[in-house]
Design a binder for this molecule. Structure first.
Ligand code: B3K
Ligand code: ZN
Length: 844
């Protein structure tokens, strides 16, 4: 496998005026006819005509009507062509049924569907499969299926055929085709200029009852993008199709989004509040790509964060607007720390704009997506609300129809705001999470904050330069009143001080409010100060952060055998819980203990080798202490969190259920599962049912409920995914691997289905103490299955190999065992280049 470098970019030799595709569908022998009008690119140095193609059987090819015999070359073909515009026609045969990689045209439960991003189109026909080649597409589909769909507007159809025309030039990665026995939920949306758009959400018969929420989320997204960004939809129809076999969440194909069923189908009986929230966010995300990704696409895959970072930021804004902004922000930061910080502080750390890659599919990462979104958020913080939207207007008007670069994006901001963002660009090019150290002093009424920034070395990047960091700061006086409302300090040097004059007593700082930059704040702080901020901070994020920091202090002290500030923590938590002015969702988050992975990362950061079992035990102990401490509070609060109205997946109800379930976890420590069983028995929605089941499993009292759960939902694949995942997620450390293994023998364990594979092995990865169980059986089992999956679905295998990415964090024995498994994977014959690249990077 070859490394590709950003520095080697050259413009395409040929551009495309128009594409016509005809599909004659058949499960093992689909024929694809292409007719493509090429013209030499005046801006290209090369005249070489190369088309990508993989796993294609070329039947015939012609140029301007004369048969040609192209030369097969690595990854495609070459051909002699005229030095003038010409028409290329080709016919190829492909085998959708044999396509288990789920990339290109494949079959899922009898229906045809496609996934072309990043480089799947080359498995459909010969084509310059690169995002800077954009063209309008006309597609004709011939097949026996009742529903035949592609991008754009429907033009004509009859028995056994349909034609679609997408007038907006697009790169091949946005191509889509779907054919099958499907049923639509129909709706419509009137755009800001009064145009009526038909909306269709296609599902398999039987799933119609799970489409209402997705459709509403789509309409909300369309409205929001008009109101906030002034972006109007641009075709007569917008369609979503739900597919059960899908490698990721969803795909933004122009006018025809394809979704993993898990990212679109929802009902109160089968989906949790978290599912509803995720579905809403993903529908918004894919819809928002219509402008940030499709109308303005990426020049090449090194620019991936141009569309992904921006679109994640937009979907975060959307969720914050229609739910609770504070709660969304906290959840986004939890996810960022859990996935991106973990990545950025291990062997897979890479730049938001990488310089090279082997397999682009390995770069759809938390760094490209979530850190990318943080960079946009920081730009907005630095330039301010109005300047941000002014810059966005310029971005859309200047680059509409372009295959743009991250540099284009930054330049739009510079030109529109007049700010010099030279130093800010480092955020795109420097990997690693900056550490921000703070200390302070107080003299003669002047309070001074001194910051020091440092970014640790990452693979192939030893030296780091200071970043431009927006630090949001507020100050509180000893009574807990805010004496300085949030200010944005701009840190640009390695060390920098900021002075605040006119204070009669030393204030308490609230630093990095709203998590204003993706950095690790290192500030020695007393339990009293943390409790004070938890009680008084006006910034909801930092209020929560103070509680989290205190919980981490307690857990870490328990593990390292120091004096743990447990009493201070429990008192602060009790006070916070009693505060009825606080949003229940916020209280639920504040009660939730920091993840075990987070504790491991923090210990490793402080040069303490983490012991996964000790971390697990500290969690257990603290929860037990919490239960005893909160005993008196539990019954009243739990009762208050009961939702009596009919189920609605809104933020208000979800917050109450979340807090109710956090309290149930605590209660379960005292009543060994009685309340959880009662809740399970009366639950009429999946949030409570699953929450109760989780508690029962933790109490090792889950057998009856588990059996009931299976009987109820046996035929529902998405709910059965939960059944699989829960058992592994809640298994005791020494049982998790055995449990996962047992489940792989279950008759419903369909390992070629990505959702089912992830249900078991994703859960094993996440059960830290179970995965890292001392004998190493978790590692061995995991590696066995990665090796088995690789030839079937390399993308999922490569992605899941990140289960091993923390290997250098652990003790020598675990390191050795993990390394052995990584080397065993690496040594597998015919290992995919996807997995090779990942395992190779992890090992280095
Ligand atoms: N753009 C797709 C992800 C494609 C992943 C290809 N391996 C979904 C999204 O980010 O919206
Ligand atoms: Zn995206």
């Amino acid at each position: 496998p070859q490394k590709i470098f950003l520095a080697d970019y050259t413009p395409p030799a040929y551009l495309i005026e128009s594409v016509e595709l005809t599909f004659k569908l058949a499960p093992t022998t689909t024929r694809v006819m292409s007719k493509i009008r090429f013209t030499p690119n005046p801006n290209a140095a090369s005249k070489e005509f190369f088309l990508h193609g993989e796993q294609l059987n070329l039947i015939s090819a012609s140029i301007d009507g004369s048969t040609v015999t192209p030369e097969p070359v690595e990854g495609g073909l070459k051909c002699d062509v005229p030095n003038a515009p010409f028409t290329w026609e080709a016919e190829v045969e492909i085998n959708p049924e044999a396509n288990t990689a789920l990339e290109g045209l494949y079959m899922s439960g009898g229906m045809y569907c496609t996934q072309c991003e990043a480089e799947g189109f080359r498995r459909i026909t010969y084509y310059p499969d690169r995002p800077d080649v954009m063209a309008p597409f006309k597609v004709r589909i011939e097949g026996n299926d009742p529903v035949l769909l592609s991008n754009g507007n429907p033009v004509a159809s009859g028995e056994g055929w349909a034609e679609w025309h997408d007038p907006w030039p697009k790169p091949a990665y946005l191509f889509a085709l779907v054919a099958g026995d499907l049923i639509a939920r129909d709706d419509s949306f009137t755009t800001m200029s009064g145009k009526e758009v038909a909306l269709k959400l296609w599902v398999r018969p039987g799933d119609e009852g799970k489409t209402a929420f997705g459709m509403q989320a789509l309409k909300d997204s369309m409205k929001w993008d008009e109101e906030v960004y002034g972006r109007e939809y641009d075709l007569d129809i917008f369609q979503i199709v739900a597919v059960s076999d899908f490698n990721m969440g969803a795909m933004e194909n122009k006018g025809l989004n394809i979704f993993n069923t898990s990212a679109v189908l929802a009902s109160p009986e089968t989906s949790t509040d978290a599912n509803f929230e995720r579905i809403e966010a993903i529908i918004a995300h894919e819809y928002f790509h219509n402008w940030t990704g499709n109308r303005i696409t990426c020049r090449d895959w090194f620019q991936l964060s141009l569309k992904e970072g921006l679109t994640v930021f937009r979907d975060q804004q959307f969720s914050g607007d229609i739910r609770s902004e504070a709660v969304c922000r906290i959840n986004d930061v939890i996810a960022l720390r859990g996935r991106q910080f973990r990545e950025d502080n291990g062997p897979l750390a890479h730049q938001v704009q990488p310089d090279s890659f082997v397999e682009i599919n390995n770069f759809y990462t938390a760094t490209i997506y979530e850190k990318g979104a943080e960079l946009i958020r920081m730009m907005k913080t630095l330039v301010g609300h109005d300047a941000y939207y002014k810059a966005l207007d310029l971005y859309f008007s200047r680059h509409d129809g372009d295959a743009a670069t991250i540099e284009d994006w930054v330049r739009v901001f510079e030109e529109s705001t007049g700010r010099d963002l030279t130093q800010f660009r480092r955020w795109y090019k420097q990997a690693g999470t900056p550490r921000l150290k703070v200390d302070d002093d107080f003299k003669d009424g002047t309070y001074t904050l001194r910051f020091k920034q440092e970014t640790p070395p990452t693979p192939e990047q030893d030296e780091k330069l200071p970043q431009h960091i927006p630090i949001a700061v507020g100050l509180l006086n000893p009574n807990g009143d805010e004496v300085l409302p949030t200010q944005i300090l701009e840190m640009t040097d390695a060390e920098q001080s900021f002075a605040f004059e006119g204070h009669s007593a030393k204030p308490t700082p609230s630093i990095l409010r709203h998590f204003s930059a993706p950095v690790i704040l290192e500030r020695e702080s007393s339990a009293e100060e943390r409790a004070f901020l938890l009680a008084h901070d006006t910034d909801p994020f930092n209020k929560w952060e103070a509680g989290r920091a205190l919980a981490k202090d307690v857990l870490i002290a328990m593990i390292t055998g120091e004096d743990a500030p447990t009493a201070a923590y429990l008192d602060a938590v009790a006070a916070m819980l009693r505060d009825d002015n606080l949003d229940p969702a916020f209280r639920a988050l504040a009660l939730h203990l920091p993840a075990q992975d987070d504790i491991a990362q923090t210990l490793a950061d402080g040069s303490v080798t983490p012991d996964p079992l000790a971390i697990y035990n500290a969690h257990q102990t603290l929860r037990q202490q919490m239960a005893e401490h909160l005993q008196d509070l539990l019954p009243r609060l739990s009762a208050e969190m009961d939702v009596s109205e009919p189920f609605e997946p809104n933020a208000e109800q979800a917050g109450k259920r979340a807090l109710g379930l956090e309290l149930l976890k605590v209660t379960t420590r005292l009543d060994s599962g009685a309340a959880a069983q009662a809740l399970y028995d009366r639950a009429d929605n999946m949030t409570l049912r699953m929450g109760a089941l989780g508690c029962l499993l933790e109490a090792r009292k889950g057998d009856a409920a588990l059996a009931d759960f299976r009987t109820r939902f046996e035929g529902d694949a998405l709910v059965m995914d939960k059944w699989f995942a829960m058992q592994v997620a809640h298994a005791a450390p020494e049982q998790a691997a055995d449990m996962a293994e047992r489940l792989t023998n279950d008759s419903d364990f369909n390992w070629k289905n990505p959702n089912r594979f992830r249900a078991v092995f994703g859960a094993l990865m996440m059960n830290q103490a179970g995965f890292h169980e001392a004998t190493g059986k978790g590692y061995a089992l995991f590696a066995d299955w990665l090796i088995k999956l690789d030839p079937v679905n390399a993308q999922i295998t490569a992605r899941m190999s990140t289960g091993f990415e923390t290997w250098k964090r652990w003790d020598a024995d675990r390191q050795a065992m993990m390394k052995t498994q990584l080397e065993r994977i690496a040594a597998t014959r015919d290992l995919s280049s996807d997995t090779q690249e990942m395992v190779g990077r992890i090992l280095n």
